[in-house]
Design a protein around this ligand. Structure first.
Ligand code: 13P
Length: 249
């Protein structure tokens, strides 16, 4: 069975609650499609108004982060149960900005992934190499390691519902999109790695996105690649362009 595309916006630290509602109202008619799952990953404080604004549409709301404990003395953190109760279906885990600025590691990513699955949240698990790593020729080794740790103790049944976002760090917010060959090569390697861990069925089912300066002009070629099942979109998800990206065909 062909995998359904999944095209997600990552709003990062943009949009106040009232701006969030206005943006969803503007994008609603532009992101209608049967061909892809459409997800808006929004700041925590925007989640409740975003869920309300997206009611009755094909837009699903995701979070940009969550903590790996159930509840308790973790000032400032958001629990998976809070996300579920607010109407969230997806959660980005291990974005490179969280790894860089908030000290997330492959180990905390794994804990968050396991906790997300416990609550039936679908994780969008991020991986990606730095420019130095690419120049050193260790991209595939690095990504395989990130994936293997992220999926420790994850069952095949769970893995099938996961989304992996391959986001080369050097392509994020730089306007320097990876070539389709580079993106396809790594996404194929990720699928092969999942195949080694779980078998062909799971590898065929799991969805792998490309992220990093995706635009209305680069999306069609990227999303046509055999192992690229959509995108995780930063800057362009805040604009009308996101409608063109979702309807890239
Ligand atoms: P840009 O699309 O702005 O490069 O951001 C990509 C990204 O980090 C999505 O998670």
């Amino acid at each position: 069975m062909a995998r359904k595309k999944i095209i997600a916006g990552n709003w990062k630290m943009n949009m106040t609650p009232s701006e969030a509602v206005a943006l969803i109202e503007k994008l609603k008619p532009l992101v209608v499609t049967d061909d892809a799952d459409v997800v808006f990953c929004v700041p925590a404080i925007d989640i409740i108004p975003a869920v309300e604004a997206a009611k009755g549409t094909n837009i699903r709301i995701g979070a940009e982060n969550m903590y790996f404990e159930e509840k308790g003395a973790f000032t400032g953190e958001i629990s998976p149960a809070m996300l579920v109760d607010a109407g969230v279906e997806y959660v980005i885990i291990g974005h490179s900005e969280r790894r860089e600025y908030f000290a997330e590691t492959d180990e905390t990513v794994n804990k968050k992934v396991l906790k997300a699955f416990e609550h039936n949240l679908k994780p969008i698990i991020c991986c990606g190499e730095s420019l130095t790593q690419r120049e050193q020729g260790i991209t595939i080794d690095w990504i395989r390691q990130q994936i293997k740790i992220a999926f420790l103790n994850v069952t095949a049944q769970q893995a099938k519902t996961a989304v992996i976002a391959y986001e080369p760090i050097w392509a994020i917010g730089t306007g320097k999109v990876a070539t389709t060959e580079q993106a396809q090569e790594v996404c194929a390697a990720i699928r092969a790695c999942i195949g080694e861990l779980y078998g062909a069925d799971t590898a065929e089912a799991i969805r792998i996105q490309y992220g990093g300066s995706v635009s209305a002009s680069s999306a069609p070629e990227l999303f046509a690649q055999a192992d690229i099942d959509g995108g995780l979109v930063g800057g362009a998800s805040l604009k009308e362009d996101f409608g063109k990206i979702v309807n890239y065909k």
